[in-house]
Design a protein around this ligand. Structure first.
Ligand code: GLY
Length: 376
């Protein structure tokens, strides 16, 4: 691929993003969107303020603010940050997804302005996340009691994306516990989640009293032993982030192994299914997996040798170009950009708009244009 042409392509897409989001941001002031209803964003600040995706709208606003310096984006991001205080004060509404919620909002705000209230929010969230660490199993507990009595020993691959909250807290406080908990969890994930072929499990259950590994689950993918694509994408990006924060090359090697598996399974059309081992019919897509993986590949590309760069870069571009050509909605009467996202294979509803599809698409395009605020 030709990097100059790719940059021009990304600049064109960035222009379309700025044009569309400038309208969408005004139409959705005071909301925290998750999905669309008849093309218009819903509002999770009314429906469920503790939902795990509630940071992505704020993150999207900070990415747009960083690129344009237009106040509307900052105002929307601050509105989300303040609303998430209801979550921060709700113990059972706190789970391992604090990274997704506060890195994208309060900590992005702190990084840009040094705001001390935002730093405080970030540290509260980091302490809560650290408190979920199980010392004998050496993992961070994922969820609360959504399956009664079952989830105390559950760790999930998605958590790799939440570890940067602990890396940030370590940088801020120099308290080594944050770094220790993050790296011990990453080591556990490397040992128990990554399979021999480079694919990853979604859920691993440990005995919370002895730490012994019990079993794996298919989670949001097709079945146990299958290959939920968004989980693979979280792992690619998550291990790359652990490398960026620690410089431990074992994490970069893990990210590359998972990325190599992902790349080998990208369909010819560049559009990603929900699970690489799902049945051929019906064929269900998850565009979120595509954009998250693209972000991870673009990070890996920065740290590998010259002769390996093309592998990660070219495949990131393949994913993004295919998505832009086939699954982006540029109609300004519709709130979302990215189409065909799927939360879980066995959900009734498939292929709809999900806010983190838009967030990671914008982040990936910003990585190519150099406008990114590094959130993680
Ligand atoms: N972190 C949950 C999901 O990816 O659906």
């Amino acid at each position: 691929m030709d990097r100059v042409k790719d940059k021009n392509w990304a600049e064109e897409v960035a222009k379309k993003i700025r044009e569309k989001v400038s309208i969408v941001a005004v139409r959705n002031q005071n909301k925290i969107p998750y999905t669309t209803v008849d093309g218009l964003f819903n509002d999770m600040s009314v429906e469920n303020v503790c939902w795990w995706t509630n940071g992505f709208w704020g993150g999207m606003m900070w990415q747009l603010y960083n690129a344009t310096k237009e106040d509307i984006y900052k105002e929307n991001a601050l509105d989300t940050e303040r609303k998430l205080d209801q979550n921060l004060m709700n113990a059972m509404g706190m789970d391992h997804d604090s990274g997704f919620k506060w890195l994208t909002t309060a900590i992005a705000h702190y990084r840009l302005t040094g705001n001390q209230e935002s730093r405080n929010r970030g540290l509260l969230a980091a302490n809560d996340l650290a408190g979920r660490f199980n010392p004998v199993g050496r993992f961070i507990r994922a969820w609360n009691e959504n399956v009664p009595g079952k989830t105390i020993g559950w760790a999930i691959i998605d958590c790799m994306m939440n570890l940067p909250l602990l890396y940030w807290a370590y940088e801020e406080t120099k308290d080594p516990r944050f770094m220790q908990i993050a790296t011990i969890h990453a080591d556990t994930a490397e040992k128990y989640f990554i399979r021999g072929d480079g694919s990853v499990n979604h859920i691993v259950e440990f005995n919370p009293n002895t730490g012994e590994m019990v079993r794996t689950y298919g989670g949001q993918g097709y079945e146990e032993g299958s290959s939920w694509t968004r989980g693979q994408a979280w792992a690619i990006y998550g291990f790359a982030l652990s490398y960026i924060h620690t410089k431990n090359t074992r994490y970069l090697d893990a990210a590359k192994r998972i990325a190599n598996y992902f790349i080998a399974n990208i369909p010819d059309n560049g559009l990603i299914p929900v699970d690489f081992r799902q049945p051929q019919d019906p064929w269900i897509e998850d565009s979120c997996a595509s954009v998250i993986a693209a972000c991870g590949l673009l990070e890996i590309e920065k740290y590998v040798t010259e002769h390996e760069k093309h592998i990660y870069y070219n495949n990131a571009l393949k994913l993004l170009k295919s998505l832009e050509a086939n699954r982006c909605n540029w109609d300004t009467n519709t709130d979302n950009i990215v189409e065909n996202c799927t939360a879980a294979y066995h959900d009734e509803k498939h292929e709809f708009a999900i806010i983190y599809g838009d967030y990671f698409f914008i982040e990936a395009i910003w990585k190519l244009t150099g406008q990114e605020l590094f959130i993680w």
